[in-house]
Design a protein around this ligand. Structure first.
Ligand SMILES: C[S@@+](CC[C@H](N)C(=O)[O-])C[C@H]1O[C@@H](n2cnc3c(N)ncnc32)[C@H](O)[C@@H]1O
Length: 607
């Protein structure tokens, strides 16, 4: 019997969660959505739920960035292994994490940028850099929480251009990313859509010059031309989807860019039916002191609502996150090495004690949900395949089925188990194994000589109250050995010196254009109550990697600058000294309940 319209609407609402949600108010207000991308084969994507002005933030708070350190070194000898995270990591240096290590740092950025797709001609979102902060003043001398969460956070996405409600959101992965991934097909690079449109216009001109020929013949000719040219290699031809509607729109003089934007714009109803809201939560300092930051409701959420969807990146064997003693890496075979810890990423992934499988979620703020067994207000559930990227059949497959897969196929939801009020912290029960491991960790927490430890973050916090010490002063009163002082060449180079000299005000338009190099303070003077520094900077060793914005050679070898303001200078932690490198730091995956975890994947028993 056909349903009435109201019944249909109600069932659409309730199928969102577990059938108990009673209103759609929370969805009406949604500003960003996660739903299947308009790009063929691109999996999930992000969409605007309302209009955004140019430069307007797309989220209330930015996303976490999780360092992955020296992974190739620690995994040396493992042979070939597929690490799906490679598709979701940024070069750590380009996000300001370079000082943490000597060798290799990758930045897992599992927030907005991992969920949004990229198409270079359609980029409408700018992503900022993360900032490095320690919430709640935690300190290694007393707080077992330090080192167990990433201090890099608040990576914000803003509208690069005006965005209309329903439009798909695209971030910039960079040309290099596409050039390296030929397997994705001939995806157009920057200005590619313009070149492709021009090609079609030339074809149109040819057609217009021959009015005596039936237009159907031209249609067939275009199809033959596109199909039989070396299609696989041509990014210009790869821009055409060759659907009847595309040709019709091209003939109406729309450009391919206009067509892609048009096709990538969804109605609110479509987003309701196929997507999940991706801004029900924001990040803030957790109500659980040792936990660092947490996720908080941005609006009232009814019982049964999907608080957040968690698309999952699989790591089929958690041993790829193992870290070993340096001397063992050099001298012993992989299986004989002593494990000293795990990558911090482990704490952000879901798993089971009896399995090697880890499932690590991505999407805005989804990694911020903390654990509490009595205050939990959400539960986990496998996602509805209609609404995202979840293939339930994969839950019946052995883990090895995923071994060569570079795409993600699984997704869970965090579903409200009672009404949640705006600003309430979202909490999940991570399971008894996690709770037990945490309690044991708290009991054994003891870091030798930790009282004296001062991090770069703590020194940077003193910014307005204490002057920086000169090299001479440091002879008797040195800074701690675990920090470096760096000066930002770009801020200094970029400011209006005449304005600065008269007003001592710097107008910084972007904090992304940093270019920090080690520097020393030679002198300081106070002008109108502001302390200014004479500094010397030495040219860093030559960088071979592409991602350094200014070639190191372009910085004069010995640079001396006077009247540099404190804001162009920062302390950074020396390599391998920050809290995440503590051997004692807590590492444990988040537990997936037994009732959900596939028996097929129970391939491991902890000793
Ligand atoms: C998925 S992350 C949650 C976000 C994290 N709080 C942050 O600031 O990035 C999991 C980690 O958060 C911390 N955490 C979560 N719940 C906690 C709790 N109840 N007590 C202490 N730490 C907790 C632990 O470090 C855990 O490994």
């Amino acid at each position: 019997k056909p349903k009435t319209k109201t019944q249909q609407q109600d069932s659409a609402v309730c199928s969102e969660g577990d059938g108990t949600c009673s209103s759609t108010r929370h969805l009406e207000e949604c500003g960003i959505w996660l739903a299947p991308s308009s790009l063929p084969g691109a999996g999930l994507g992000m969409y605007a739920g309302r209009d955004f002005a140019k430069k307007e933030p797309l989220q209330e708070t930015g996303d976490i960035v999780i360092p992955i350190v020296d992974i190739m070194m620690h995994q040396r000898g493992r042979g070939r292994w597929v690490f799906v995270w490679d598709e979701y990591t940024w070069n750590g240096k380009s996000l300001g994490l370079g000082h943490e290590v000597i060798k290799e740092i990758n930045a897992a950025s599992p927030g907005f940028g991992s969920a949004a797709n990229s198409f270079l001609d359609l980029v409408n979102v700018d992503e900022g850099d993360p900032i490095n902060t320690m919430p709640s003043g935690l300190h290694r001398s007393r707080d077992p929480g330090v080192g167990a969460f990433s201090t890099y956070n608040d990576r914000r996405s803003t509208a690069k251009v005006k965005i209309k409600s329903g439009q798909e959101l695209f971030v910039n992965y960079g040309q290099h990313w596409f050039e390296q991934r030929i397997r994705l097909g001939p995806i157009p690079l920057r200005r590619g859509l313009k070149q492709s449109t021009n090609l079609y216009r030339r074809f149109q001109m040819f057609r217009d010059k021959n009015p005596q020929v039936d237009s159907k013949v031209f249609g067939a000719l275009w199809e033959e031309f596109v199909k039989h040219t070396v299609y696989n290699e041509s990014r210009i031809l790869g821009a055409f989807y060759n659907t009847p509607s595309e040709l019709e729109m091209l003939d109406r003089n729309m450009t391919l860019k206009q067509i892609r934007v048009h096709e990538g714009t969804r109605t609110k109803q479509w987003l309701f039916d196929h997507g999940t809201c991706a801004d029900h939560i924001r990040a803030d300092v957790s109500t659980i002191r040792q936990a660092g930051r947490g996720a908080f409701a941005t609006r009232d959420l009814p019982n049964g609502a999907i608080v957040s969807s968690l698309p999952l990146i699989q790591i089929i064997n958690k041993n790829v996150l193992e870290m070993y003693e340096l001397k063992d890496i050099k001298t012993r075979k992989l299986e004989q090495r002593r494990r000293v810890g795990y990558q911090l990423l482990l704490n952000y992934c879901y798993g089971h004690v009896n399995s090697t499988m880890l499932l690590c979620p991505y999407g805005p703020i989804v990694n911020m949900v903390n654990h509490n067994q009595t205050r939990a207000n959400v539960k986990l559930r496998w996602s509805d395949p209609e609404r995202g990227n979840h293939e339930p059949g994969m839950l019946q497959q052995p883990i090895d089925t995923f071994s060569e897969d570079r795409t993600t196929k699984l997704s869970m939801d965090l579903v409200a188990i009672r009404d949640i009020k705006k600003d309430e912290e979202i909490l999940l029960d991570y399971g008894d194994d996690w709770e037990k491991a945490w309690q044991e960790h708290v009991k054994s927490w003891n870091i030798t000589d930790a009282d004296k430890y001062i991090s770069a973050f703590m020194l940077n916090q003193e910014e307005n109250t204490t002057s920086l010490r000169t090299e001479f002063e440091q002879l008797s009163d040195p800074y701690p050995g675990n920090v470096n002082l760096e000066c930002d060449l770009n801020i200094w180079e970029g400011i209006n010196k005449t304005l600065f000299n008269t007003t001592l005000v710097i107008n910084i338009t972007s904090t992304d254009d940093w270019e920090y190099y080690p520097c020393e303070v030679l002198r300081r003077r106070v002008v109108n109550g502001t302390t200014l520094y004479t500094i010397s900077m030495t040219r860093p060793p030559k960088e071979k990697k592409k991602d350094i914005k200014v070639p190191a050679d372009s910085v004069p070898k010995n640079l001396k600058l006077s009247d540099v303001p404190r804001m162009a200078m920062r302390f950074t932690d020396r390599p391998y000294t920050s809290d995440m490198f503590l051997k004692e730091a807590f590492r444990h995956h988040i537990g997936i309940p037994d009732s959900m975890f596939p028996l097929e994947w129970m391939n491991y028993s902890p000793i």
